[in-house]
Ligand binder design. Structure first.
Ligand code: MRU
Length: 365
């Protein structure tokens, strides 16, 4: 996607390896700042402190973090340290575990001297594969948008939660890929952007992306979605996912479940854009088996933004004595999901639906 007309990605690897730079997403939408990642520790901090975030981008950054460390210490111990350090950064998005397992499988059998070039090549491939996956999700998803457009006058109204946009991936986004393609193809649309408390990824990131692309959108408080759906102002919901079980239970940013409940009550289709690295084939019970990240209470007790003098700042919004709980994700049971939109096509949110599209994985833990 473009930033001020210039093609950009939220992570960029130097050709041939050796260098990584990422957009510091903590400063958007107010400042566009690109920072280098030079070490394993940099990559781990960037993921844990959410300079980068979004399941596919977490996976890509982890792969790059392993490559950075292979430049310094390609021994077995060094590989083990890289994998363990990165695995400890964030618990919910399964793309992290997926990327680390992939790197381990490819690098562990190699002699140490061969590991750094192989790691850089694989990290670059992980990035390119993500772009292709998201583009394919877009192609399948845009057909759903076009079908709505064909039977109504006026724009297709799409509601999305959090940021499953290009900033959350290497390009295109997952939930936003159908939106970008629909816009490119002249399908009139309008996006309701949930602000997504506590970190406001919708307000800070999705709104920034859509504004940059010239896509009509409006920001709404998280609590507005049910009301909009009751009034017929939402034609479809499209969200991303951090981890989806082999049976189609969807874990995504906190608040997603409430949108799915409202969508079911109002007869609004609820779609999940699902890249295959976000499928956890080892589990079948989303509520029981997916670790839900608990983040610092400060993200709830404080709100960040730009002050009138231009400074980025935070303000406290509750009494000094009030403590906060901050579960970062929730699980939407498969029964509330209308369809999963994967790179291989659209399927019911069920074991059978996923097995039909990914027969090589069905029943393989
Ligand atoms: O805490 P975040 O910002 O990493 O959470 C991101 C989400 O919940 C996204 O919806 C999800 O990772 C899918 S990104 C394509």
């Amino acid at each position: 996607m473009r930033v001020n007309g210039v093609p950009w990605r939220p992570i960029r690897l130097a050709a041939g390896g050796g260098g990584v730079e990422v957009i510091d997403q903590r400063r958007l939408p107010h400042e566009f700042v690109v920072v280098p990642l030079a070490t394993l520790a940099d990559a781990a901090t960037a993921i844990a402190d959410m300079w980068v975030r979004g399941a596919p981008l977490i996976g890509a950054t982890a792969a790059a973090g392993v490559a950075l460390h292979m430049d310094r210490d390609p021994s077995d111990a060094g590989l083990g340290e890289a994998l363990a350090t990165l695995a400890a950064t964030r618990p919910t998005a399964v793309n992290l575990a997926w990327a680390l397992a992939d790197m381990r499988t490819r690098l562990a059998p190699l002699v140490p001297a061969a590991r750094a070039p192989a790691a850089w090549a694989r990290a670059a491939a992980v990035c390119e594969e993500d772009v292709a996956i998201n583009r394919a999700i877009g192609e399948h998803g845009v057909a759903l948008v076009a079908a709505v457009a064909a039977r109504k006058a006026g724009p297709v109204n799409i509601l999305t939660h959090c940021n499953a946009g290009w900033l959350a991936t290497v390009d295109w986004g997952t939930a936003t890929a159908p939106v970008y393609l629909a816009h490119e193809r002249g399908i009139p649309l309008h996006v309701w952007v949930d602000e997504t408390r506590p970190r406001n990824q919708g307000a800070h990131l999705t709104a920034w992306e859509l504004a940059a692309a010239g896509i009509p959108h409006r920001l709404v408080a998280d609590n507005a979605g049910g009301h909009l759906m009751q009034r017929g102002l939402v034609d479809m919901v499209i969200v991303g996912t951090d981890r989806t079980t082999a049976t189609g239970d969807v874990c995504n940013k906190i608040g997603t479940y409430l949108k799915a409940l409202a969508a079911r009550d109002c007869g609004v289709p609820f779609y999940v854009a699902l890249p295959s690295p976000s499928i956890d084939w080892t589990i079948t019970d989303g509520l029981g088996e997916i670790p839900i990240e608990e983040r610092p209470g400060r993200e709830v007790t404080h709100v960040g933004g730009r002050a009138a003098d231009g400074r980025l700042t935070e303000v406290r919004i509750c009494p000094e004595a009030t403590e906060a709980a901050n579960p970062a994700f929730d699980v939407t049971p498969a029964r509330l999901v209308t369809r999963l939109v994967t790179e291989r096509g659209v399927c019911p949110a069920s074991a059978a639906g996923l097995a039909r599209l990914f027969p090589e994985r069905a029943g393989v833990p």
